[in-house]
Design a protein around this ligand. Structure first.
Ligand SMILES: *Cc1c(COP(=O)(O)O)cnc(C)c1O
Length: 497
C-alpha cells in the first residue's frame, strides 16, 4: 500500500516519501508525517535471524513505499558497510542493570551516523526519481554531532553541497575539531555566536524565506535538510529499535512478545520518536523513557502538559542535548491532537510568539506511552563513575543521562522487572574530558589527546579511527559569524549576490 506524507500544518497537501525527503521541511513550516503508521509484515521470530541490512530493508520498505526494492537495497548496502567498525552495526552491551544499544560504531562515533550514512543515498535517489534539476544544498544546524555526521555523509557527493552551522562555544573540543577539519570542496562549516536554538531557528528561517528560495533557484540550487526534521533521518532510526528487540530475542535474553522499556537521551526528540514509531509498527515496547539533561523542558512538559522554552539555556556536559525547542515533538503533538493540523498550527504559533503552549487534558491522556525525567550534571557524572566501578563499562555523558534517568524511573514507579534497553548515543571518546573527570578528578590536568589514550587504557577499548584522524588534521574551516549574518554566509558560499 502506498504511504503518503503530509505536513503537520496541512493535512491536505500529500506528497510521496521521496518528495518529503527531498524537501526536508514542508513549505508551510510544518514537518512531514506519514498518513498512517505502518505495521511490520514480518514476525519478531523471523526478524531475529536477520542482519542489520536485512532488517533495515524490512522496516524502511514500509515507510518509503515509492522506492523500488532495488533502490532501497542499494542505498542500504552503500550506507551500512565498512564505515562501521563492527559487522553487527549496532551491537548490544549487557550490564547487570540494562542493555546498552551502542549506536556509535559509524564514521563519526555518534548515533547520528545511523541515519546520516544513508540519507545522502536516499536523497540523491529521491532527486533522480523526481527529476530534480537543481543542485541540493543541505543546510544544517548542529548541537555537535549531526554536523560532523552530515558532513561525512555528504562530503564530495556529486550534485550536493553542505553548509553546517554550530554554536561556537556550545560543542565539545573534539566535536569542534571533527567539524573544522572536514575535507571536501562541497563542505562549509560556520561557527555562530549564539546557542543551538539560535542556529536551528536561523536555519528554519532560511527554509521559509521565499525570496532566498528564488535567488537559489536562479543560481541552480535548492535547499534540503539533514536535521531530524527530515523524514529520511527518522525512518532509518526506527530500524535499530526493531533490530535490537530481534537480537535480544535471538540471544534468548527475552521471550517473544515480552515488553521492554526503552530509554533515550533526548534533545530534538528525533531518536525517541523513532522508538515510538517502532512501537506502533509492532515492537513490544512498554514505556518510552525520555531522558533530559538540565535543559529539562521535556521533563516539565510530560509532567504538566505545558511546553515552555522561556528559561535560561544551560551549557552542559551533554551538549548534543542542549536544546530548548525540540523540533520533532511537533510530530507527536500533531498525533495527540488527533491529527488536527489546525490545532497543531495554533500551538506552534504560540510557541513562536510566546515561547509557550499548553496541551489539553485529552491530549495529555494520549501521552501514557511516555515517561520523562532528567539528570543533573552531578547525577550524570556520578552515573559514569558508578557504572564504570560496577561493570568496567565506560558511558559517554549523553548515555549517562539516560542511564541515570532509567534508575530514577525504577525508583519512582517500582517497575524493576521490565528489561531496559538504553540507547547509547555516543562513544565516550567524543566527550573524553567530561567522562574522565567524572571517573577521577586527577585527569583534569591532562591534554585532550592524552586523555584519549588514558581512556583507551581504562576502558580496554581501541581508540576509534574517527579520533585518530583528527589528532593531526589541519583546520580547514575558520568562519565565525553573528546569528544575523547566517544568511549572508550562505549566499557568499554559494556565490549568490
Ligand atoms: C543528537 C544527540 C542526542 C539527542 O537526540 P535527539 O534525536 O535530538 O533527541 C543525544 N545524544 C547524542 C550523543 C546526540 O548526538
Amino acid at each position: 500500500m502506498e504511504l503518503l506524507y503530509n505536513s503537520t500544518r496541512n493535512k491536505d497537501e500529500k506528497v510521496t516519501a521521496s518528495w518529503a525527503i527531498l524537501q526536508g521541511l514542508a513549505p508551510d513550516g510544518g514537518l512531514y508525517v506519514p498518513g498512517f503508521l505502518p505495521k511490520l509484515d514480518r514476525t519478531m521470530a523471523e526478524l531475529a535471524g536477520m542482519s542489520y541490512q536485512e532488517t533495515a530493508y524490512e522496516v524502511m520498505k514500509c515507510f518509503l513505499t515509492d522506492f523500488t526494492e532495488e533502490e532501497l537495497k542499494g542505498c542500504i548496502a552503500r550506507a551500512y558497510d565498512q564505515k562501521f567498525d563492527t559487522e553487527e552495526i549496532a551491537p548490544i552491551q549487557k550490564t547487570e542493570d540494562a542493555y546498552y544499544l551502542e549506536l556509535f560504531h559509524g564514521a563519526t562515533i555518534a548515533f547520528k551516523d545511523m541515519a546520516l550514512s544513508i540519507l545522502p543515498h536516499l536523497m540523491t535517489t529521491a532527486a533522480k526519481k523526481n527529476h530534480a534539476d537543481h543542485e541540493i544544498v543541505i543546510l544544517t544546524a548542529t548541537s555537535g554531532d549531526t554536523g560532523k555526521a552530515a558532513l561525512a555523509g555528504f562530503a564530495d557527493v556529486p550534485g550536493t553541497k553542505i553548509i553546517v552551522f554550530y554554536p561556537k562555544d556550545g560543542v565539545s573540543p573534539i566535536q569542534e575539531k571533527q567539524m573544522v577539519t572536514q575535507k571536501g570542496a562541497n563542505t562549509f562549516v560556520v561557527g555562530i555566536r549564539g546557542n543551538f536554538d539560535d542556529a536551528q531557528t536561523g536555519v528554519k528561517k532560511m527554509f521559509g524565506d521565499e525570496e532566498l528560495a528564488k535567488e537559489l533557484a536562479k543560481a541552480g540550487y535548492q535547499f534540503s535538510s539533514a536535521n531530524s526534521i527530515n523524514i529520511g533521518r527518522l525512518v532509518p532510526q526506527v530500524v535499530y529499535y526493531v533490530y535490537a528487540y530481534a537480537k535480544l530475542l535471538e540471544k534468548g535474553e527475552i521471550s517473544d512478545g515480552e515488553k521492554i522499556n526503552v530509554v533515550v537521551p533526548t534533545g530534538n526528540f528525533g531518536n525517541i520518536l523513532a522508538a515510538y514509531y517502532a512501537k506502533h509498527m509492532g515492537v513490544p515496547i512498554g514505556k518510552l523513557i525520555c531522558a533530559s539533561n538540565e535543559n529539562k523542558v521535556l521533563y516539565d512538559f510530560f509532567r504538566t502538559g505545558a511546553y515552555d522554552r522561556n528559561r535560561e539555556f544551560l551549557l552542559t556536559s551533554s551538549p548534543s542535548m542542549d536544546i530548548l525547542i525540540s523540533s520533532n515533538l511537533e510530530r507527536l503533538i500533531y498525533k495527540t491532537a488527533g491529527e488536527d493540523a489546525k490545532k497543531d498550527t495554533d500551538l506552534m504559533a504560540a510557541l513562536g510568539e510566546k515561547g509557550r503552549y499548553e496541551i489539553t487534558e485529552e491530549m495529555k491522556g494520549q501521552l501514557a506511552d511516555f515517561y520523562g525525567n532528567y539528570a543533573s550534571e552531578e547525577e550524570t557524572a556520578q552515573e559514569i563513575a558508578d557504572v564504570y566501578r560496577k561493570s568496567g563499562y565506560v558511558l559517554d555523558t549523553h548515555t549517562a543521562v539516560a542511564s541515570a534517568v532509567s534508575k530514577k524511573y525504577r525508583a519512582e514507579t517500582g517497575d524493576c522487572q521490565t528489561k531496559t534497553l538504553i540507547a547509547s548515543t555516543a562513544s565516550p571518546y567524543k566527550f573524553t574530558r567530561s567522562v574522565m573527570n567524572a571517573i577521577d578528578e586527577k585527569y583534569d590536568a591532562m591534554g585532550d589527546f592524552e586523555l584519549v589514550d588514558e581512556l583507551s587504557k581504562l576502558a580496554g577499548t581501541k581508540v576509534p579511527q574517527a579520533i585518530e584522524e583528527i589528532r593531526t588534521a589541519p583546520v580547514l574551516h575558520k568562519t565565525v559569524v553573528d546569528v544575523c549574518d547566517m544568511k549572508a554566509a550562505v549566499k557568499q558560499f554559494l556565490n549568490i549576490r
